[in-house]
Ligand binder design. Structure first.
Ligand code: ZN
Length: 204
């Protein structure tokens, strides 16, 4: 069956992957991307594929609970994507890079990254002034994804205005109304994380 919406979203994820990989933010098959379709199904990257060289067959479908709808194996971190979609009905894309600045910054702070008084914060949805204080929580990494997903979801339901979260020593998650929105968030946040690492005096 011809599934135009799926194909369109898959093409957007492939293009986003090329951009993110071009910046060096998804090395060696790391990271994962998804987009939610109008009927609630989720287009997500197949486990183990290089995110800078995705082809249409590297994007598959799961249901809202993260179960494969086409027999293939989705990303190991699918439950983190479905948790974000559950919490934010307006979110239609989730992007997860393993980027250097977010990873490094998570080793320099404990608990959360605070971003404030940056003009670039206006790149985040709903923010129209630099005079803003954004809390980006940092969760310890965990290979038990269901346990990690539960912990993160508990945080997200208790806090408003969360735009992203970092997993320590690993990378970050952000989301948006569209793939383009989420990609803008990735680019802005990684830039701000980079500035924050420099503030910590880390030589690069
Ligand atoms: Zn990851």
């Amino acid at each position: 069956m011809h599934d135009t919406e799926f194909e369109t979203r898959a093409a957007e994820l492939i293009e986003a992957g090329r951009f993110i990989d071009g910046r060096g933010w998804v090395p060696a098959t790391s990271g994962n991307f998804s987009a939610r379709l109008g009927d609630g199904r989720i287009a997500i990257t197949v486990s183990g594929r290089h995110k800078g060289r995705l082809r249409p067959e590297d994007i598959m479908l799961v249901d809202a609970a993260g179960r494969s709808l086409d027999g293939r194996k989705p990303s190991a971190e699918t439950l983190l994507h479905t948790g974000i979609y559950r919490r934010y009905p307006e979110a239609h894309a989730v992007l997860h890079p393993h980027s250097p600045a977010s990873t490094l910054l998570s080793r320099l702070v404990t608990g959360a990254v605070i971003l404030e008084d940056y003009e670039l914060l206006k790149a985040l949805a709903g923010i129209d002034t630099h005079a803003t204080r954004i809390v980006v929580p940092v969760f310890p990494n965990d290979q038990d994804i269901p346990r990690l997903a539960l912990k993160i979801e508990e945080y997200l339901v208790r806090h408003d205005r969360v735009h992203a979260y970092i997993i320590a020593g690993h990378g970050f998650y952000t989301w948006g109304k569209s793939v383009a929105d989420a990609l803008r968030h990735v680019e802005a946040l990684e830039y701000l994380f980079d500035l924050e690492t420099r503030m910590h005096g880390v030589k690069r």
